[in-house]
Design a protein around this ligand. Structure first.
Ligand code: SF4
Length: 432
C-alpha cells in the first residue's frame, strides 16, 4: 500500500485510480448512467469514485428515503474546497435527501486545540453562512457536535465496538495520540450514522460526499455499522451444492433469532446462534425482516454508509492548497478584488512563449485557472469544452482565461457575500 490517506494531514494523490485497487473504492463511471440529472461534478468526472452509491441511485429513482451527511471542522477559512462539499450536499438535498451538516467542533478542539467559543464563531461565520447562502434549505439539519446529545450518546455506544488497534491501523494513531483525538474519530462515525436513528426515521441509505483523504472515516464507520448490527446475512452452499441464506446472530438478544425464523421468507431452521433460510434467494426481503426484528429488539439496524469521492483542486500556485498559504486558495470570504488578483497571479498550463503556445497549444490539465473554470465558474459544459479545445489547439491565450476567471470569481464572491449577509438574519430558521 503506497498511498497514505490522512484526514488531518496533507494529501497529494497523484493517481486516483490507485485508490480503486488499494482501498476498494469503486469507479463512479459505472453508476453514472443511473443518474437522470447528474451534478456538474459527476458529468465532469470530478467525482471519480464511490462506495455503495447504488443504494442512493436506487433511492433517488424509487423516491424512497435517503440521507446525505457531511461535516466541517471549524478551524479556519471556508474555501473553494469546502464549497465543493456544500454544493454536493445541497444537490442531494434537492434530489430528495434528508440533509445533515455537522460542525466538527469536538474534532477542532481535540486536534487543533481550538476553544469552544472560537469553534462556534468560525462554525457560524465561515461555514454555516456560506452553506445557507449556497442554498441549503431549512428542512435539513445543521448542528454542532458538542451540542448534539444524539451524537454524543451514539459516540459512546460506538466506542464499545471500536478498539485502539483498529483506530491505529486506520489512522496511524500511536501511544502519543491523545484520547480526545481518538474520541473525535469515533464522533465522526456517530455524525455519519446519526441520520439513521429513530429520531430521523430509522435505517436508510446515507451518502457522505468527501474528498479522498476522508476515506478512513468512511471505512471506520462502515466497519462499526456492521459491528453494531445484531445480525449478519451470509450466502452459503450445502454439501450437495445447494445454495441457502444464513442469518448469523451471535450477540442477538434472547428471542430475536426465533422471531427472524418465524418471519423469514422460505423454510427456516433455527440453531443456537443462527437461522438457516432455504427455498428463497430473496436477500432483500430477508434483509427487511432482519432489520425490522432488530429494531423491535432495541438495535440500530444500520445501513453501512455510502460515499462519493471527489478530486481535489490544486493550489493556485500549483502543488497543493494549503491553509497556511493564503495565495494558494480562494476563501469564500476573500475580498472579491483581492480574489481576482489571486486568479491573475495563478499558475497556468501555458507555454513559455506566445509562439510556442500557438504552435503546441496549452496544457489545461495542468492549469489551475482551467480548474477554477471547471470546478466552479463555468456551468455550461459546451462553453467549457470550447475553452479546452481552444487551449489545446493553441487558439486561446492565458490572458483571456485569466480575465474570464478573475471576472467571474469576483462576481461570484460579491453575490455570495451579499447572500451570506442575508443568511445571517435567517439563522433561527435553522435552529441556530
Ligand atoms: Fe490554462 Fe487558459 Fe492558458 Fe489553457 S489558455 S493553459 S486553459 S489559462
Amino acid at each position: 500500500m503506497n498511498t497514505k490517506l490522512d484526514p488531518w494531514g496533507s494529501v497529494n494523490i497523484e493517481d486516483y485510480s490507485k485508490l480503486f485497487d488499494e482501498f476498494g473504492i469503486l469507479p463512479f463511471d459505472d453508476l453514472y448512467p443511473e443518474i437522470s440529472d447528474p451534478h456538474m461534478y459527476m458529468r465532469r468526472k470530478v467525482i471519480f469514485g464511490h462506495r455503495s452509491y447504488d443504494l442512493i441511485t436506487d433511492a433517488m429513482k424509487n423516491r424512497t428515503p435517503f440521507s446525505v451527511m457531511s461535516g466541517f471542522m471549524p478551524s479556519g477559512k471556508v474555501h473553494l474546497g469546502g464549497k465543493m462539499v456544500m454544493d454536493e450536499i445541497i444537490w442531494h438535498q434537492q434530489m430528495g435527501g434528508d440533509a445533515f451538516v455537522g460542525i466538527a467542533d469536538r474534532e477542532a478542539h481535540a486536534v487543533r486545540g481550538m476553544s469552544w467559543e472560537k469553534c462556534r464563531e468560525i462554525g457560524i461565520n465561515e461555514y454555516i453562512l456560506s452553506l445557507i447562502a449556497l442554498g441549503f434549505e431549512p428542512e435539513g439539519h445543521i448542528y454542532f457536535q458538542s451540542k448534539s446529545e444524539n451524537v454524543k450518546d451514539l459516540t459512546f455506544e460506538l466506542g464499545v465496538k471500536a478498539n485502539f488497534s483498529e483506530l491505529s491501523a486506520i489512522y496511524g494513531f500511536s501511544g502519543e495520540t491523545n484520547i480526545a483525538h481518538m474520541i473525535s474519530a469515533v464522533t465522526q462515525s456517530a455524525d455519519i450514522l446519526q441520520p439513521q436513528l429513530s429520531d430521523f426515521g430509522g435505517p436508510k441509505p446515507t451518502v457522505i460526499p468527501v474528498g479522498a483523504d476522508q476515506d478512513p472515516h468512511i471505512r471506520l464507520t462502515r466497519g462499526l455499522a456492521h459491528k453494531m448490527n445484531m445480525f449478519r446475512i451470509e450466502g452459503r452452499v450445502d454439501s450437495d451444492g445447494g445454495k441457502y441464506l444464513s442469518v448469523r446472530g451471535k450477540s442477538a438478544p434472547e428471542g430475536a433469532l426465533e422471531e427472524v425464523a418465524g418471519r423469514a421468507p422460505g423454510d427456516t431452521k433455527l440453531f443456537e446462534a443462527h437461522v438457516d433460510v432455504f427455498g428463497t434467494d430473496d436477500f432483500v426481503a430477508l434483509l427487511d425482516v432482519v432489520r425490522q426484528v432488530e429494531l423491535e429488539f432495541g438495535g440500530y439496524a444500520f445501513v453501512p454508509p455510502a460515499a462519493t469521492y471527489h478530486r481535489f483542486m490544486s493550489g493556485l500556485q500549483g502543488g497543493k492548497m494549503s491553509s497556511s498559504i493564503p495565495e494558494s486558495y480562494i476563501a469564500l470570504t476573500d475580498d472579491p478584488k483581492e480574489a481576482a488578483k489571486k486568479v491573475k497571479r495563478a499558475k497556468t498550463g501555458g507555454r513559455v512563449t506566445l509562439e510556442e503556445q500557438k504552435k503546441l497549444g496549452g496544457e489545461p490539465d495542468k492549469c489551475s485557472v482551467y480548474e477554477l473554470l471547471l470546478f466552479h465558474l463555468v456551468d455550461d459544459d459546451d462553453e467549457l469544452a470550447e475553452i479546452y479545445s481552444e487551449c489545446v489547439n493553441g487558439k486561446r491565450l492565458c490572458g483571456s482565461c485569466k480575465s474570464l476567471a478573475a471576472e467571474r470569481m469576483s462576481g461570484f464572491l460579491t453575490e455570495h457575500q451579499e447572500l451570506r449577509e442575508l443568511a445571517r438574519d435567517r439563522l433561527d430558521e435553522y435552529g441556530l
